[in-house]
Write a protein that binds this ligand. Structure first.
Ligand SMILES: [Zn+2]
Length: 92
């Protein structure tokens, strides 16, 4: 009973928020939070960044937090993929 009330309350809050953030990404970290810290440049090669990269990939246990997310250009992001920074560096 108690749990059901909590669920209904949560649903109400979610629908109130709709309309202002209808395209909010699933990630908790947003480009708007990360890009200004790096002047909008890829942290690996200094070209304009287009993506967010998890330094330690989520699939490898990395956190979805500002300290683990950096801006990256598409070529760097695709090249790094699900490698850790050390693994990717060893391919150079
Ligand atoms: Zn790059």
């Amino acid at each position: 009973m108690r749990a059901r009330v909590a669920r209904d309350r949560a649903r109400g809050a979610a629908s109130r928020g709709r309309g202002t953030h209808d395209r909010e990404p699933r990630s908790g970290v947003r480009q708007a939070d990360v890009f200004p810290r790096w002047s909008g440049l890829c942290c690996y090669c200094d070209r304009p960044a287009e993506h967010l990269d998890h330094v330690t990939p989520i699939s490898r246990g990395g956190a979805d937090t500002l300290s683990n997310v950096v801006p990256a250009c598409a070529p760097c992001n695709y090249a790094k993929g699900a490698l850790t920074l050390a693994e990717w560096a060893s391919t150079f």
